[in-house]
Design a protein around this ligand. Structure first.
Ligand code: PLP
Length: 375
């Protein structure tokens, strides 16, 4: 059989304003293009140590066990649940969208007896309802999504984490969309395990999942009755690689490490507070512009995320045709609705290097054209 060699894979130029990945800063792309080094190279191990320190600042934690898993956000989710859950353990999961469902599914796959506390998509899970479930079930783990990317709604977590601590349970928090865009305070809120993704508000390419585990969570993982089911996500083994004695566990991708390192440097150069303020200001600007186009948002005001906008599709508009036009005419990617919201919303992200006034202006102008409202 003659082999046909395809053309080189040169991606089209896109402006990424969906639910992630976001645009990467040119500094991050340059870091990504640096030479590959070995997974035990002293240079790489030193950069990994710096990543741990930078992630602690963003997570608001002193946790020693802070590192990045080789994988996307879902690998962070799997790591947090797999290390804390053993078959038969009670797990209370707050579900107000697609990613809460995923938490429940992964918890059940690790043998957790899942109690669901649900809210309609577009609302918050009532903190009191979760606290009541914790009282009733006395679970080992309570799991929540801080920023529900399928609905654009932010979940308050402090009261729930307090109730979990009081009941001796561990709180797991999904920060995939929130980390780097809104405050995350792992230590102050009493979170025991949290995870994120590199490709959203951190502005790096997908492929690394920051995680952090409290001392209590590490002790619980150490005292398990049986080993963690997933070798790849076993936090004790990962710690022995990221920390002393730097024992081989897997062959981490050095370009992804370099890219995340640069993205975190950019986030810290911005400063946490300045970054959150810019996020909020550009969110307000986008929302005002959408309102001028007659476009409203899912979720009550005051509950909405500043980095992910669930925009209601007006009656009679073909939402897929609008997304196609934006992509084909402007190279602009926005997201579709998921699950029950499929066809009913667009998801517009302002994350990472896509959180700029230029992105807001382009998105509003392109939507105005596509909706015939640019007159
Ligand atoms: N959790 C949330 C809130 C997410 O938004 C996502 C991805 O969009 C995930 C988990 C899963 O992350 P990934 O797609 O990187 O595996």
């Amino acid at each position: 059989m003659p082999v046909t060699i395809p053309e080189p894979a040169v991606p089209p130029r896109r402006v990424l304003m969906g639910p992630g990945p976001s645009d990467a800063d040119p500094r991050v792309l340059r870091a990504l293009a640096a030479p590959v080094v070995g997974h035990l190279d002293p240079w790489l191990l030193a950069r990994m140590g710096e990543i741990r320190a930078m992630l602690r600042t963003l997570f608001g934690t002193e946790n020693r066990a802070t590192l990045a898993i080789s994988g996307t956000g879902t690998s962070g989710m799997e790591a947090c649940l797999a290390n804390l859950i053993e078959p038969g353990d009670g797990v209370v999961v707050g579900i107000h969208g697609y990613f809460g469902e995923r938490l429940a599914e992964i918890a059940a796959r690790h043998g957790g007896e899942v109690t669901r506390v649900e809210a309609p998509w577009g609302e918050r899970v009532p903190e009191r309802a979760v606290a009541a479930a914790i009282d009733r079930v006395r679970p080992k783990v309570v799991a929540l999504v801080h920023a529900e990317t399928s609905t654009g709604v932010e979940q308050p977590v402090e009261e729930i984490a307090r109730a979990a601590r009081a009941a001796g349970a561990f709180t797991v928090l999904d920060c995939v969309t929130s980390l780097g865009g809104v405050p995350v305070e792992v230590d102050r809120w009493g979170i025991d395990a949290a995870y994120a993704g590199s490709q959203k508000c951190l502005g790096a390419p997908p492929g690394l999942a920051p995680v952090t585990f409290s001392e209590r969570a590490i002790a619980a993982a150490r005292d398990r009755r049986r080993p963690v089911a997933g070798f790849y996500v076993d936090i004790a083994l990962l710690e022995r690689y990221w920390d002393e004695p730097h024992a081989y566990h897997h062959t981490i991708s050095s370009p992804l490490v370099a890219a995340l390192h640069e993205a975190l440097r950019i986030a810290l150069e911005d400063g946490r507070e300045a970054r959150f303020a810019r996020q909020r200001a550009l969110h307000d600007e986008l929302v005002r512009g959408l309102a001028r186009l007659g476009l409203g948002l899912l979720g009550a005001e005051g509950t909405r995320l500043p980095m992910l906008h669930a925009v209601r599709v007006p009656a009679g508009v073909d939402e897929a045709a609008v997304r196609r036009e934006l992509l084909e005419t402007y190279g602009l990617e926005i997201g579709a609705g998921m699950g029950a919201l499929k066809g009913r919303i667009w998801r517009i992200g302002l994350m990472g290097a896509s959180c700029t006034p230029n992105h807001v202006a382009l998105c509003l102008a392109a939507l105005a054209r596509a909706l015939g409202k640019d007159g």
